[in-house]
Design a binder for this molecule. Structure first.
Ligand code: NIG
Ligand code: FE
Length: 417
């Protein structure tokens, strides 16, 4: 099955398999080819080049992309897309002046979502999550990481992880699964958080490892949640089962989580809204990808991750949605890219690199997605007629995507019937 895109105004983010992520100054360059063709064979990219070299012959499908761009799909390396219900009540509380942390202290927040999840059957949880996944695929997401973390008991964590596995098995988008074993301290352990961490380390991690349901392990390292010492213990336990860390750090306070993550060879450290000089130092020379979640900053009204400081220090940066019911009830990566440009002062080149190739790296999928590369999956965005890729963040919140493709097949956009 061969598919040819011809007359592509600009083929964006062309790379070789050797490029696994881009850092610092390099992030300002987005390699493109004008007036190009792109040839797919089955699920994968077979070839691309200038129109003058466009192959002739028989193809199963030919798409005339005159005036349009082709980009790799967005790679969303941090989501909590499997959740039950919503937190619209808390949204209104926030409008009236309560902060995220105040809501959590009253027993709302993650504990609220955990209560709803407990009362939701696995089938219902799957159906709700599948709808959200289809929605973000329709907005151009072509690879995604999904976390557990609303279980707060081993049984319910396993329920979430089984739902993620079922999504992996039934949907054509590549999915990575993260066991967010320490997301909040359950009410029953309020006065003895250490014994909760004991349980996670001694029982939960071995059980989840045995189930083979998780690719990665995560901890919410934050004041009022889990300390750097707890994080250290949990990551050490995870490492014994080859669970690589991808952790929540520095969302509200810089308490040393970045250093713990880097020391445990975390694939990524995510949030980083509050970033100190020592966090930047800890990241230098490491293979750990910093990940910013501007949708969360927007929704909670907290600082944006200081992208310029990270890039000026020569570090890489990835962008992800953080799609979850409490801090970011949106998985729209187009909004994430636009907000990174508008609020974090990333250039369109930097933001697109961060949301494609660096996002792929941050979930261990750099050899499969994230760029237009021969041999990678044909997970693609075909834009509407636009003047350049700058149009995507510039026209923030306006849908500039005409079609989306997963593994070479056109899939439904979220606005289509
Ligand atoms: O990444 N900060 C921790 N976890 C999520 C929010 C979870 C929730 O509020 O439900 C986040 O923002
Ligand atoms: Fe998160």
């Amino acid at each position: 099955m061969k598919t040819l895109f011809k007359n592509i105004k600009q083929l964006v983010q062309i790379r070789t398999m050797d490029d696994s992520f881009v850092t610092g100054k390099e992030m300002g360059t987005l390699p493109c080819l004008n007036d190009a063709f792109l040839l797919l064979e089955g699920e994968k990219i077979l070839d691309f080049g200038p129109m003058v070299a466009c192959p002739k012959g028989a193809f199963d499908t030919i798409i005339d992309a005159t005036g349009r761009l082709v980009l790799p799909s967005w790679c969303d390396s941090h989501t909590h897309l499997v959740f039950a219900g919503d937190r619209e009540g808390e949204f209104v509380d926030k409008i009236k002046g309560l902060s995220y942390e105040e809501i959590a202290r009253r027993g709302g927040g993650i504990l609220n979502s955990a209560k709803v999840l407990e009362q939701t059957s696995e089938e219902q949880l799957f159906n709700q999550s599948k709808l959200r996944l289809e929605e973000v695929i329709g907005m151009g997401t072509g690879a995604i990481e999904i976390k557990s973390g609303y279980g707060l008991s081993l049984d319910n964590e396993l329920k979430m992880l089984r739902v993620i596995r079922r999504l992996k098995e039934t949907q054509s988008i590549p999915i990575r699964s993260t066991f967010l074993c320490a997301h909040a301290i359950p009410a029953a352990y309020k006065n003895n958080p250490k014994s909760f961490v004991d349980q996670v380390v001694e029982t939960w991690i071995p059980a989840v490892a045995k189930s083979h349901l998780a690719d990665y392990i995560d901890v919410f390292c934050e004041k009022g949640y889990f300390t750097p010492e707890d994080t250290e213990r949990i990551l050490t336990a995870g490492q014994q089962y080859s669970l690589t860390p991808k952790i929540h750090v520095n969302q509200f306070h810089a308490i040393g989580g970045v250093e713990v993550g880097v020391r445990h060879a975390a694939l990524s450290v995510d949030h980083l809204e509050i970033l100190h000089a020592e966090d930047i130092e800890a990241l230098r020379g490491s293979k750990t990808m910093p990940v910013a979640l501007p949708g969360c900053s927007y929704f909670l009204g907290i600082p944006y991750t200081p992208a310029r400081s990270l890039l000026e220090a020569g570090l890489p940066l990835a962008l992800a949605s953080d799609y979850n019911p409490g801090s970011t009830p949106s998985g729209n990566m187009n909004f994430v890219v636009a907000t990174a440009c508008i609020k974090m002062k990333m250039t369109p080149e930097e933001a697109i690199n961060a949301a494609t190739i660096n996002g792929a790296y941050a979930m261990g999928l750099a050899d499969k997605v994230g760029s237009i590369t021969k041999g990678k999956l044909a997970n693609l965005i075909l834009t509407k007629p636009v003047s350049s890729y700058v149009s995507l963040p510039y026209s923030f919140s306006t849908d500039k995507i005409e079609r989306v493709y997963l593994k070479g097949r056109q899939v439904k956009k979220c606005t289509e019937e």
